[in-house]
Design a protein around this ligand. Structure first.
Ligand code: HPA
Length: 278
């Protein structure tokens, strides 16, 4: 594969998907670790494995299935990524965000991103859901911005604005859906790190000082690519563990997957409510 993703590569994948589907998906969804269950609710689903698409990265992480599910949710045409691609798997930033490019070129105008995250905010407890209101692009700040390389002018500008990564109307909709459903919805800033090691206590103290409420290993590059293409974004983090600022507990992937079972129904309720209200 070339160093940077080209429009021709994106469109080759788009055409392969179009041959297999009869609907026009409008809303894209990326499901995080342990949150794959939401894809099972998609109606009239068409499944397309990442491995059946040309030059498409495959998801290697336990808890990530590795396919698109295309169909309807709450009557809206959706394309769901059941399993995402992470930078720590060894892919380039272009490959990590290729699925977002593909969804955009398929005609998707809104992207719902979900993830499992560590709770940095002292008030957060495992099982909480956090509405992402802003993000800390720590990967990008250290040189890993997914927009590096030749700009795809057909999609968006060289220097895209990032003043509103998460759509304010969608945030308001999510708040009112949660209120009506009697769900506690936390809010805050998601900090994206590359992983795969979890954070040290000093990392976490730094993140808290920097204004992070949750920390994870995804989402931020996808949101940058989505915004580059002008897509509107809704972001939800499932808090799977409390950040361990004093080094007294350990964090494991198993606990992340386990917490997903409590978080999935809450995320699903909010996603469904937002879809109905769109
Ligand atoms: N840190 C980073 N990523 C995560 C965490 C965490 O504590 N929990 C789930 N994903």
């Amino acid at each position: 594969m070339q160093k940077f993703i080209t429009l021709a590569q994106i469109d080759e994948i788009v055409n392969a998907i179009k041959k297999k589907i009869s609907i026009q998906p409008m809303i894209g969804m990326i499901l995080g670790s342990g949150l794959n269950g939401l894809a099972d609710s998609v109606q009239n689903p068409v499944f397309i494995s990442y491995s059946d698409l040309p030059n498409f990265p495959t998801s290697t992480v336990h808890g990530h299935v590795g396919r698109f599910v295309i169909g309807e949710l709450e009557g809206k045409p959706v394309i769901v990524m059941q399993g995402r691609i992470h930078y720590y798997e060894g892919y380039t930033m272009g490959e990590v965000t290729l699925p977002v490019r593909v969804m955009h070129r398929l005609g998707v105008h809104s992207m719902f991103v979900t993830n499992a995250a560590g709770g940095v905010n002292a008030d957060f407890v495992p099982g909480d859901v956090m509405l992402i209101t802003d993000q800390l692009n720590l990967m990008g700040m250290s040189g890993l911005n997914p927009l590096m390389g030749p700009n795809l002018d057909e999609i968006g500008p060289r220097f895209p604005d990032m003043s509103q990564p998460y759509d304010r109307d969608y945030c308001n909709l999510a708040r009112s859906v949660a209120r009506q459903a009697g769900l506690t919805l936390r809010e805050g800033v998601y900090a994206g790190l590359s992983g795969p090691s979890f954070e040290s206590p000093a990392d976490l103290r730094f993140l808290r000082l920097a204004g992070a409420d949750a920390v994870g290993m995804s989402t931020v590059p996808e949101v940058i690519i989505a915004r580059h293409g002008g897509m509107r974004v809704l972001g939800l983090s499932g808090v799977s563990n409390k950040a361990n600022l004093d080094g007294s507990t350990i964090t494991t992937h198993e606990e992340v997957i386990e917490a997903g079972k409590v978080i999935t129904p809450k995320v699903e309720a909010i996603v469904r409510g937002v879809l109905r209200g769109m």
